[in-house]
Design a protein around this ligand. Structure first.
Ligand SMILES: [Zn+2]
Length: 375
């Protein structure tokens, strides 16, 4: 344990000296949630090279970056970014006028570069929108004003950040489970989840009917440490949480498993689950229909409806199963014998379409679950 804490101390000191690469006139700040750069080097007074470093290896190629940069004097600076052992995946964005904007950039083989105008006012640059624990907290607090919603902590991460739930209870034993943010950089999936949940907890007629018949558990941020540190994929132990569900060795996963066990011990029946992620394109990873007989067409019935309702959104599907991999949807299928889906949004999918699709996906999933219940 001593070795580990010394290592962590060393790493935190190391991350504080990112500025050591720069001349006095430029400052890069990485002391905030979701910030991360890795190594930096000042090529000349108008060109900075960043080399992104993952939390550990081997790792999925999702090089994250987040930093605030300023200069004593106004000047234009070129920023080049490469990823150690990988290639750049995300388009750079800047936070301006309370929203995120794409920065025009050049894509080289594995690297990107772009120019920014610096001043004493720091520019916040990020791989994707920064959606940190505080943002989740505000979002959950707003929902928790509703009398039917319970906002509570179900467990803790390794660095003692809360794993929280939003939950609504029905007069039935049926449960819909919604989880997200196992992989920190997968912000588009997280954005979809927020809108999806907003709709399930809204005042629409179908949402009200649904909440009378189904209990809903929402655990939107399973990897708060990874989100805080701007990790590419893992938790602080260097583990991929979406490969941990078979054994639940990681506290973040174990807290959700324990909570689900409690629901089932008290007579709850898990009927369906959705896990929100991001990848290169919009796609739904499903459990094969013939893998489980219970409500075996539910996922495809839902996605058929979604396809019809929203023709501009391509509903790609891929069925697959692998009982030993420790993936959430597989865990739901094997433990509770019900279908589940991994809801993946493309990294670059138009944000308005993400919202639109999430609303329709919530609407059509609720109607599909309600129609199955009547049978
Ligand atoms: Zn993922």
């Amino acid at each position: 344990m001593i070795h580990k804490s010394i290592l962590l101390l060393f790493l935190s000191i190391f991350s504080n000296i990112a500025n050591a690469c720069l001349n006095d006139d430029i400052t890069i700040d990485t002391q905030f949630a979701t910030a991360r750069i890795g190594h930096c080097e000042q090529i000349n007074d108008k060109h900075i090279q960043l080399t992104l470093l993952p939390e550990n290896t081997p790792i999925n190629n999702s090089p994250w970056f987040g930093f605030k940069i300023s200069a004593k004097e106004q000047k234009q600076v070129k920023i080049s970014i490469k990823a150690d052992g990988g290639k750049m995946r995300y388009r750079p964005k800047v936070f301006k006028d309370n929203t995120w904007h794409l920065i025009p950039f050049e894509k080289h083989d594995k690297d990107i570069s772009f120019s920014v105008n610096l001043s004493s006012e720091p520019l916040w640059i990020s791989a994707q929108e920064s959606l940190n624990s505080l943002a989740y907290h505000h979002w959950a607090k707003a929902h928790a004003q509703k009398s039917f919603l319970n906002h509570d902590i179900i467990g803790w991460s390794i660095e003692h950040r809360p794993i929280f739930k939003l939950e609504s209870r029905a007069k039935s034993n049926q449960w819909l489970i919604l989880v997200g943010r196992q992989h920190p950089p997968e912000v588009t999936g997280a954005l979809a989840m927020l809108t999806f949940v907003d709709h399930v907890f809204s005042d629409t007629a179908i949402a009200k009917t649904f909440r009378k018949r189904f209990n809903i558990l929402v655990v939107p941020n399973i990897n708060p440490d990874g989100v805080y540190h701007g990790y590419w994929r893992h938790n602080v132990a260097g583990k991929d949480l979406n490969r941990d569900w078979k054994t639940a060795m990681q506290p973040e996963v174990a807290s959700v498993v324990k909570y689900l066990d409690g629901l089932v011990e008290n007579g709850g029946e898990i009927k369906y689950a959705v896990d929100f992620h991001s990848t290169y394109k919009d796609i739904f990873y499903t459990i094969p229909e013939d893998y489980l007989s219970h409500n075996h067409t539910l996922t495809n019935d839902w996605l058929d409806k979604l396809e019809k309702t929203l023709p501009e959104f391509e509903v790609r599907r891929k069925a697959g199963q692998n009982p030993n991999r420790g993936v959430f949807k597989q865990f739901i299928a094997d433990k509770y014998k019900v279908h589940a889906v991994t809801y993946e949004m493309g990294d670059n999918t138009d944000r308005a379409l993400i919202d639109k699709a999430a609303i329709e996906a919530a609407e059509t999933l609720m109607s599909t679950l309600l129609s199955k219940q009547k049978q």
